[in-house]
Design a binder for this molecule. Structure first.
Ligand code: UD1
Length: 375
């Protein structure tokens, strides 16, 4: 979509179904390279990153069908071109996830370095070091990663820093390695768990799922399967924050609230009534203005960086002083100048955003349509 036009001043209310998780769907689509047959996925979202991933897989010889049921059937079992080209990789950093599976299945891969990124430098050194630990020969020339290995060999891998996609890349590579691989300081994000569950359904042997130590016993081959991708916790939480900002009441369906504890805790702190049911959450602000909250982003199960911007917007109309510290990406603040242009009193100091305006300096006024923020 070229642009969104938002008419403000309305209270958000009603019911909405969250889509399947983007950050689960992407690694699982790349995991299709490891299988010896097609993978049928349900609950995948319709997003440009999904189209980019499919284009990348097609470019390498994969095939896909969008079934009338909405399921996505992907066959990447017989790739003919083992090159992930810059033209596609530069548009989506998660394309680096092609590296581990391609190397493990075909013994070689040429993958473009992802290039620049708006939220920070985002290097891939952790991915490359861990693949070398598995015995791969890796070189970087003219903007491309060249990886080779007749047979990856299981080993003990320690990540110096927690990385979601590095954990996913290495665990995918390790499924077809000879022997056992242990990944220490692995990311524990629900999307990593979803990938592990999918790989195990394909025939992999991964244990320690959901902990910081993953143990992968290599197998000879993985099979095609059907799999339902987990719901998108970031999309769900974004709807809840949007409703909270307007003093509204909404129910979000297709969620797993167990994976949203840190965010739900903050929504309770701002003054929202939260009701969780089996697969839905209802947030009700009862027309109240939110209270500002202090937040520090971190790795799962702590507060996610992907919800930082939404809570910064919420703090901009909330009562009280607050600060939000971004600990994952050094430059994830592009929204700050835009919020300032809209009148928000935010200042950025290092990696912390302060909201300084004293309480009640602006009105949270009732209008015919609901509540609106006015300076
Ligand atoms: C994933 C998510 C993204 C989320 C992020 C953090 C996907 C597709 N994307 O991104 O939505 O915001 O996790 O939860 O799942 N780092 C290195 N070297 C590396 C790899 C990472 O220094 O080789 C650093 C990064 O610059 C960053 C930190 O590690 O500072 C964490 O990044 P990482 O977890 O890797 O983020 P992504 O996996 O790219």
């Amino acid at each position: 979509m070229y642009k969104l036009v938002i008419q403000g001043g309305n209270t958000l209310k009603g019911e909405i179904k969250a889509a399947g998780s983007k950050n689960s769907s992407l690694p699982i689509l790349f995991a299709s390279i490891l299988a010896n047959g097609p993978i049928e996925l349900t609950n995948t979202p319709h997003l440009s990153d999904i189209s980019t991933t499919l284009r990348l897989l097609m470019d390498m010889g994969g095939e896909f069908i969008l079934e009338s049921s909405g399921a996505l059937c992907v066959d990447s079992s017989k790739l003919t071109n083992l090159v992930a080209d810059y033209s596609l990789v530069k548009t989506m950093r998660a394309s680096i996830l092609v590296l581990g599976p391609m190397l493990a299945k075909y013994g070689e891969a040429k993958v473009s370095l992802p290039g620049g990124c708006a939220i920070g430098t985002r290097p891939v050194d952790l991915h490359l070091k861990a693949l070398r630990d598995l015995g791969a020969e890796i070189s970087v020339k003219n903007g491309y990663i060249y990886a080779k290995s007749k047979q990856l060999i299981g080993t003990e891998i320690h990540f110096e820093q927690v990385s979601v996609t590095a954990t996913e890349n290495i665990l995918m590579a390790a499924t077809l390695a000879k022997g056992t691989t242990t990944i220490d300081n692995a990311a524990q994000e629900p999307e990593v768990c979803d990938l592990c569950l999918c790989l195990n359904k394909m025939g992999a042997k991964i244990s320690g799922i959901g902990t910081s130590v993953l143990i992968i016993e290599g197998v000879k081959q993985l099979n095609g399967i059907s799999y339902a991708v987990c719901p998108d916790r970031i999309e769900s939480a974004t709807y809840l924050v949007a409703a909270a900002i307007t003093g509204g009441c909404i129910t979000v369906k297709n969620i797993r609230h167990q994976s949203m504890r840190a965010v739900l805790g903050k929504l309770i702190e701002i003054g929202a009534d939260i009701k969780t049911r089996n697969d839905s959450i209802t947030l009700n602000m009862k027309g109240r203005r939110p209270k500002a909250v202090n937040i520090k982003t971190s790795t799962y199960p702590n507060f996610p960086t992907d919800m930082q911007a939404q809570f910064t917007a919420l703090n901009a109309i909330a009562d009280g002083h607050s600060s939000i510290t971004e600990n994952i990406f050094e430059n994830r603040f592009m929204h700050i100048p835009e919020l300032s242009r809209m009148g928000a009193d935010l200042t950025l100091e290092g990696n912390t955003v302060h909201y300084e305006k004293p309480p009640h300096a602006h009105k949270f006024a009732s209008s015919q349509n609901g509540l609106r923020f006015s300076s």
